[in-house]
Design a protein. Structure first.
Length: 362
């Protein structure tokens, strides 16, 4: 008995394709159910943990590939016309391109999230979104061109047109593209981060927000400074948030009438005061030189923190202790004075006869 054939295939071929399709879909459904069950168990675990990433990869990448494989296995045993084969091939290629793009995006996003989790910077995950959006946009364009080429379209003219248009757009928007590029430079090189106190040119303030084109800085006066990323990247920055310790130099002056014994005592006295205060490291203290109206002492020490308020508290404490110590030892601080010497005039001569008042100090 001759076997009946429909559209180039026997009933047995259709039945075999149906069995493969049903069995394959059932197997995929079972795997998908196991993944969902495992996802429920990981709800209490830390997000972006290794188990969570594996389950998410299976859900977004492996299961779609399995569906595509089952469909291909079921239909590959059937005889089809050239037109149907072309349609099926196009569907498979399109689905494969979509899966490849989604897989690459998933790998990039997961890697960046793990990096942000490892570094402990929560803002990094937010700052990676523009980068992921740009990469996704480029990948989808490449996938679309690939599909058009596989469907028989001549994309040479399209690619050439996109190239010319891209050059024109790049020239017209070079400032915006420069800021966008420098945004990625800031993200990767990290010259500053949110909350850092920086000084550039004659501006200073704390980083409040880092955007794709501009960075917002909150100045000490309270106003918000909006600066382009290119200007910040090209400027010479002073990042005080990353200061491990602060070097402090201060000078004091005493009068010329101070005895030499007390002059020798001053550096030792300053050293003892600085070393007795926490979060300080003494460096040196010396009789620096002879000024116009004072004997100058220069001292250097380090504050072992970047906190400006702590530095000011320490400097205030040092100044108060030096003042008390000098007061106890009757050491006088110098201030601008002028002494006038007159020849031929006795000290007993009344000032009314001299014709002017002689200032002792001013």
């Amino acid at each position: 008995m001759k076997e009946t054939v429909y559209w180039g295939n026997s009933l047995f071929s259709y039945a075999r394709a149906g069995v493969i399709l049903i069995a394959g879909l059932l197997a995929v459904f079972i795997i998908q159910a196991l993944v969902r069950k495992g996802a429920k168990k990981t709800e209490q675990e830390t997000e972006h943990s290794r188990r969570w990433i594996i389950l998410l990869a299976v859900k977004r990448v492996v299961i779609p590939i399995l569906y595509l494989t089952v469909l291909w296995a079921a239909l590959s045993g059937l005889e089809m016309s050239t037109y149907l084969q072309r349609i099926l091939r196009g569907i498979i290629v399109a689905a494969g391109a979509v899966l490849i793009v989604r897989t690459v995006i998933f790998i990039l996003s997961t890697s960046l999230r793990k990096y942000a989790q490892k570094t402990g910077r929560e803002e990094d995950e937010k700052r990676t979104r523009p980068l992921l959006s740009l990469v996704s946009f480029l990948l989808w364009i490449i996938a679309a061109l690939f599909l058009l080429d596989n469907f028989g379209f001549n994309i040479s003219t399209l690619v050439a047109g996109l190239g010319v248009s891209g050059i024109a757009v790049a020239i017209a928007a070079q400032g915006i593209l420069g800021d966008l590029f420098n945004y990625f430079v800031i993200f990767l090189d990290r010259p500053f981060e949110l909350g850092d106190f920086i000084i550039f040119d004659d501006k200073l303030g704390s980083i409040e927000k880092i955007g794709i084109k501009t960075t917002r800085i909150r100045s000490l006066g309270g106003e918000q400074l909006v600066v382009s990323n290119s200007a910040l990247v090209n400027a010479r920055l002073h990042n005080y948030k990353r200061m491990e310790r602060r070097r402090v130099v201060f000078r004091i002056g005493v009068t010329y009438q101070t005895p030499s014994q007390k002059l020798e005592e001053i550096p030792r006295l300053i050293r003892e005061i600085i070393e007795s205060i926490e979060l300080t490291q003494f460096d040196r203290s010396h009789f620096q030189g002879y000024g116009d109206f004072a004997l100058t002492f220069e001292s250097v020490y380090y504050v072992l923190t970047a906190d400006y308020a702590v530095y000011m508290d320490i400097q205030q404490e040092i100044n108060l202790r030096i003042y008390r110590a000098f007061e106890e030892r009757e050491i006088e601080f110098a201030y601008p004075t002028q002494t006038l010497y007159l020849q031929g005039v006795s000290r007993d001569t009344p000032q009314s006869e001299i014709g002017f008042t002689r200032p002792e100090q001013e």
